[in-house]
Design a protein around this ligand. Structure first.
Ligand SMILES: [Zn+2]
Length: 401
C-alpha cells in the first residue's frame, strides 16, 4: 500500500528545500517527490505537520559489536595501548542486546543505515540485531592477520561470510582489511581482488594516528611493538614508506573504497573516487588536531560521517556526531554536513539511498521544526526526530509536540 508523507519542509537532497512538500513511498522505494498540492492520490496520507522531512542519516563507520564496552577503555596517550585494552576487554557477554539497543537508539534519532565493521566472530550477532531492528546495514567483514602465513585461512573465513550467507534483505556485505599494521600484503591484495571482482565495497582504517604514520614510514614504533607482544609480527615485513605507498597497493576500482579516519592523510593522496569517513566524536576522544575534512571536500573528495565505536564516543548515531561538529567546528555549513550525512554516506556504502528521488530506497527521517538541515543541529530548543522509515517500514514515530 502506498503512503504519502507530507511535511511543512522537505529536503530531497543537499541544497534543495521544498516548502509544503510530499513523498510517496511504495514497495520499499520512493515513488514520487514534489509539492504536496500536486501529489498523486494514494491510499494513505501521513501529515507530519511542522516538520522537516529528509533522507535518512547514514552512519558510514561503526563497530556496533563493541557497544557493550561503552566507557570501558579510557585513552591515555598511546593508541597501541588503547587498542590492546579494547582487544583484552572484548566479550560476547551482553553483545547482542547492546547492539540491538544501539541500533534502536540511533533509529530514534534519524539514522537509517550503518556501515558496520564486523569481525567474523561477531557476524551472527550483528546480523541478528539488524534482522530484528530493520535498520539497513552494509556489514564489512573484518580481516586481521599481519603474518603472511595466515593469509589463506583468513581469506577463506572472510569469503565464507561475505559471499555465502543467507542474509535478510536489509543487510548486505562488504570487506574490511582492518589497517596497514594488521593486514599482510598478500591478504590485502586478495581482499582487494575479491572486493573488485564481486562488487563488494571495501573499507580500511588509514592514517588514523601518528603511531600508524611511523609504522607506515619505518615499520617501527608502538604498533610494531604491539604486534610483537601479541606474537603476530612478521619479522620480514618491509615498510610501505607512506600512506600514499600503502594506497598504491589497495587496488579497488569497481566498488566504493572507503578510507576511515584519514586524520593525517593529504587530500592529494586519496585515490580518485575514494571516500573518506570522518568520525567527529572519536576524533575528539583521541585528541587529534583539526580533521582535514573540509580540505578533502575542497579537493573533490566525498567525505561521509561515522560514529566509530561506543568505546571512543558517546553514541553510535549520526545526529550526535552532527551536533558535535556544529558545536566544535563553526567552519562547517549546515548544507555540507547534511550532504556528508546523507548522499555521500549512502554512496560510500554503495546504497541507493541518501537522496529523496523516485526509484531510490525509501529510507527517510523527519525532524520537528520547519526549515533547512539546521533543524537537526539547533540546540535551542533541541529538535526531535519524529519519524524514521527504512525500506518503507516505519521504525520510529513520535507525535510532534
Ligand atoms: Zn573504526
Amino acid at each position: 500500500m502506498a503512503t504519502l508523507y507530507k511535511a511543512a519542509s522537505v529536503l530531497p537532497r543537499a541544497g534543495v528545500r521544498m516548502n509544503g512538500g510530499a513523498v510517496v513511498v511504495e514497495d520499499g522505494r520512493i515513488g514520487w517527490v514534489g509539492p504536496a498540492g500536486r501529489a498523486p492520490a494514494v491510499a494513505r496520507t501521513v501529515d507530519l505537520g511542522k516538520a522537516t522531512l529528509m533522507p535518512g542519516l547514514v552512519n558510514a563507520h561503526s563497530h556496533l559489536e563493541l557497544t557493550n564496552l561503552r566507557d570501558r577503555v579510557p585513552y591515555g596517550d598511546s593508541f597501541a595501548e588503547w587498542l590492546e585494552g579494547v582487544a583484552r576487554s572484548r566479550t560476547p557477554s551482553g553483545r547482542l542486546a547492546a547492539v540491538e539497543k544501539g541500533i534502536r537508539d540511533a533509529l530514534k534519532r534519524g539514522t537509517t543505515a550503518f556501515g558496520d565493521i564486523v569481525p567474523p566472530g561477531s557476524f551472527e550477532d550483528v546480523v541478528a540485531a539488524f534482522a530484528e531492528t530493520g535498520a539497513r546495514a552494509r556489514l564489512y567483514v573484518e580481516a586481521l592477520g599481519f603474518h603472511p602465513d595466515r593469509a589463506d585461512g583468513i581469506f577463506e573465513q572472510v569469503w565464507e561470510l561475505v559471499e555465502m550467507q543467507q542474509l535478510p534483505p536489509n543487510v548486505s556485505t562488504g570487506i574490511s582489511p582492518h589497517a596497514p599494521y594488521t593486514v599482510s600484503r598478500p591478504l590485502l591484495s586478495r581482499l582487494c581482488a575479491m572486493a573488485d571482482g564481486h562488487g563488494r565495497p571495501l573499507a580500511v582504517h588509514l592514517a588514523e594516528t601518528l603511531e600508524e604514520m611511523a609504522f607506515l614510514r619505518m615499520a617501527m614504533g608502538p604498533l610494531r611493538e604491539l604486534l610483537r607482544r601479541l606474537d603476530a609480527d612478521d619479522p620480514e615485513h618491509e615498510p610501505y614508506g607512506s600512506a600514499a605507498d600503502f594506497l598504491a597497493e589497495v587496488q579497488v576500482h569497481n566498488t566504493p573504497l572507503v578510507l576511515v579516519h584519514a586524520n593525517y592523510l593529504r587530500p592529494r593522496d586519496v585515490p580518485r573516487g575514494a571516500f573518506v569517513v570522518y568520525c567527529p566524536t572519536a576524533h575528539a576522544f583521541f585528541k587529534h588536531p583539526q580533521h582535514p575534512a573540509l580540505e578533502f571536500i575542497e579537493e573533490g573528495v566525498r567525505v561521509a560521517i561515522g560514529s566509530d565505536s561506543a568505546v571512543s564516543g558517546p553514541s553510535v548515531d549520526v545526529l550526535s556526531e552532527l551536533r558535535h561538529v556544529a558545536r566544535a567546528r563553526p567552519d562547517f555549513d549546515a548544507v555540507t554536513l547534511f550532504r556528508m550525512a546523507t548522499e555521500w554516506g549512502a554512496q560510500a556504502l554503495g546504497l541507493e539511498a541518501g537522496v529523496l528521488e523516485a526509484g531510490r530506497l525509501a529510507d527517510l527521517c523527519a525532524f520537528e521544526g520547519e526549515g533547512g538541515p539546521e533543524v537537526m543541529t539547533q540546540s535551542d530548543p533541541e529538535s526531535r526526530c519524529v519519524l524514521t522509515v527504512v525500506g518503507g517500514r516505519v521504525l520510529h514515530r513520535l507525535d510532534a509536540a
